[in-house]
Ligand binder design. Structure first.
Ligand SMILES: [Zn+2]
Length: 412
């Protein structure tokens, strides 16, 4: 008992700390234990490397954008570099075919067999990457309000209607470019279940803004190069030992070497696009902020951290065979998260100066920029009647989604 009362004071500064047994105890005053036990100042080697290489350009861009948001994507030396890497990828892949043809022309049996192996390799690499759709396509007739809202948000940002809206059971939203320039918006129902209408609008605006600013990563040369690199990685990945790979790469060293080279080229390609991609993200943050209001964008960021809570809720709901309300339960739990914990997540985000994934700008900068160009009044807000109709459509989407998720988790 004595222990617990002692624990309520911060060991660093003595400040009184709120205790909630289900959550981490941390100090609001000096941020003691804000990352949880043993995680103080956590930063992996790759994060550190990322940070150092990206810092300079990222800060310069941030400074410029703090002054005013420039929505153009200029052609720079970096773009030339990106296109050269993409070309290099295409040419070296084509070179395999060249070598195979040369082997065939020599009339040697052994080289001929090697040539056939190389030909197989080449075909595997250049075969179109079969993108399976990540969820279910919804039609305009079934969900006219939701699709109408997406169109209206697009109109504000000068984007023609998307070609496809897909819903999935993932805790995320993103956009896809399919073949023949088809633009797809993917809405994860678990994530949207956590959001208010204004936050949903912010999430949709963020994606629509990316459609409004086509960037170097969508250019077909670069996109194809990424597909080719992906199939290279699938083919030579040391983890994966398909039959083809034993035929083509009998030498382990060669395979590892090749893997290292391909991974290196891939990260160079991503790195060369980083500047432009960061631009795209800052612009999208800003346009989402103008459309949905800055408040909604910041709370959207906060809720994107609740994937763990969702997974936990889903597991527990699935344990009881007769439980059907997953999303209601999830929302109940979100509203039960103590303010102290929300403040902790918020502060961790505001301190996060590493670039997440391959090219998102650091969260700290994104939040900083939104605060700099604060939009109090949302540019788009459906009236009460429309809001009810949209919510009704989401209720239907949630019903089918939780049925799928729960039967998945229950294994039937
Ligand atoms: Zn403290």
């Amino acid at each position: 008992m004595l222990y617990q009362t002692e624990q309520e004071h911060c060991p660093e500064c003595g400040h009184q700390m709120e205790i909630n047994p289900a959550y981490m105890t941390w100090c609001v005053n000096c941020n003691w234990n804000i990352y949880g036990e043993g995680n103080q100042g956590r930063e992996s080697a790759s994060e550190k490397l990322n940070k150092e290489s990206g810092e300079y350009s990222s800060d310069r861009l941030l400074e410029a954008f703090k002054y005013s948001i420039d929505r153009s994507l200029p052609f720079t030396k970096q773009s030339v570099f990106t296109y050269s890497i993409a070309l290099l990828v295409h040419f070296s892949t084509l070179a395999i075919l060249g070598v195979a043809i040369y082997f065939f022309s020599t009339n040697s049996t052994w080289l001929g067999i090697l040539g056939i192996a190389l030909l197989f390799l080449w075909i595997t690499i250049i075969l179109p990457y079969r993108k399976r759709l990540p969820g279910r396509v919804i039609s305009r007739d079934e969900y006219p309000e939701l699709c109408g809202m997406i169109d209206e948000i697009g109109e504000r940002l000068n984007v023609p209607p998307v070609d496809m809206v897909i819903i999935s059971e993932e805790y995320t939203t993103y956009n896809l470019h399919l073949k023949r320039k088809k633009r797809v918006l993917v809405i994860g129902i678990p994530f949207f279940a956590a959001l208010t209408l204004q936050e949903k609008i912010a999430a949709i605006s963020h994606q629509m803004s990316q459609f409004a600013h086509p960037n170097i990563s969508n250019s077909s040369l670069v996109e194809r190069a990424r597909h080719v690199l992906n199939s290279w990685i699938d083919t030579v990945d040391p983890q994966d030992s398909g039959l083809l790979y034993w035929v083509v790469f009998p030498l382990i060293i060669l395979r590892l070497l090749l893997f290292a080279i391909i991974a290196g080229v891939y990260s160079l390609l991503i790195k060369s696009m980083r500047n432009e991609m960061q631009r795209v993200f800052y612009i999208a943050d800003h346009e989402a902020s103008e459309t949905a209001g800055s408040e909604a964008v910041l709370s959207l960021f906060l809720k994107s951290e609740m994937e763990g809570l969702f997974a936990h809720t889903a597991e527990q709901v699935a344990e009881y065979q007769y439980n059907k309300e997953l999303y209601e339960e999830f929302r109940k739990r979100i509203s039960a998260v103590p303010t102290q914990e929300l403040l902790r997540i918020q502060r961790v985000q505001e301190m996060n100066d590493t670039q997440s994934r391959s090219y998102h700008p650091p969260m700290k900068n994104r939040i900083g920029l939104i605060k700099e160009h604060w939009a109090m009044i949302p540019g788009y807000r459906p009236d009460g009647a429309k809001e009810r109709r949209i919510n009704e459509e989401f209720r239907l989407l949630e019903q089918s989604s939780q049925k799928i998720l729960l039967s998945d988790l229950r294994g039937n």
